[in-house]
Design a binder for this molecule. Structure first.
Ligand SMILES: [Zn+2]
Ligand SMILES: [Zn+2]
Length: 244
């Protein structure tokens, strides 16, 4: 399966990544990627930008060098009740938000704690996906997390960077992909690029998707149109929430 969308990338705004939005978009174009999500780290991670950065993402064109640029964030989960570090008023203005654990922000705890925090963030209308949920440092009950994604119509990320940066993720990622097939949960696929050369680097994710035999309709990143459809669904969900 060929992937045309990279749903997880970082610009130099994250503080420990090294390319501009322009460089990421150009690299996407050069690598045959039609759509990228810019998902810089939330402010709880040292060196990451303030909330104003996310609020002002609207100045970035929706299409750069022929590549659709989605304005997003990688929100830090900051406690085990599912709190996170970007306020809802800023998340409302974004196209896409993924949430994740980082051990320099939150100390790893029990499987129960990790799992219940992920269930809580997936219930939140402003969060679209859990990012690198296969990280064994924050081991979760995979069945419960995928069931929560199914319940709330949310997404599970398969993260290419995990296979090198978060060792031991392979088995967990495969299990996540298999459970997504079982429960009909859609996946997103991110390079987690911290430099432009890694944009669209999704080879290991493609191998996992193949091994789990995931159908195209459960792989949002297999088509820019499919991903765009999901973004419309997100907008409708958030409007519904605001009307409450
Ligand atoms: Zn991350
Ligand atoms: Zn990341």
């Amino acid at each position: 399966m060929r992937l045309f969308v990279d749903s997880h990338t970082h610009t130099l705004a994250s503080g420990h990544s090294y390319s501009t939005v322009q460089e990421l978009a150009q690299a996407a174009r050069d690598n045959g990627i039609e759509m990228i999500a810019i998902t810089d780290h939330g402010p709880a991670l040292k060196g990451a930008p303030t909330v104003i950065h996310f609020w002002n993402l609207k100045v970035i064109p929706a299409i750069m060098y022929g590549v659709r640029v989605i304005k997003g964030a990688e929100v830090n989960i900051t406690d085990y009740s599912g709190k996170y570090d970007i306020p809802d008023w800023a998340l409302k203005q974004l196209d896409f938000a993924i949430a994740s654990f980082h051990d320099i922000v939150i100390k790893p705890s029990t499987v129960e704690d990790h799992t219940s925090a992920m269930e809580a963030v997936l219930a939140n209308p402003y969060i679209d996906a859990v990012a690198h949920p296969g990280n064994p440092i924050f081991q979760v009950d995979i069945d419960r997390v995928v069931k929560a994604a199914a319940k709330y119509g949310k997404l599970i990320e398969i993260n290419n960077h995990s296979f090198t940066a978060r060792r031991g993720s392979d088995e967990n990622c495969l299990e996540f992909a298999r459970k997504c097939r079982q429960y009909g949960v859609r996946t997103v696929c991110g390079s987690d690029a911290h430099i432009s050369f890694d944009v669209g680097n999704l080879g290991k994710v493609e191998a996992i998707l193949k091994e789990a035999d995931l159908p195209d309709e459960l792989v949002l990143c297999s088509s820019a149109a499919r991903f765009e459809e999901y973004l419309e669904e997100r907008k409708a969900r958030i409007v519904g929430k605001l009307a409450l």
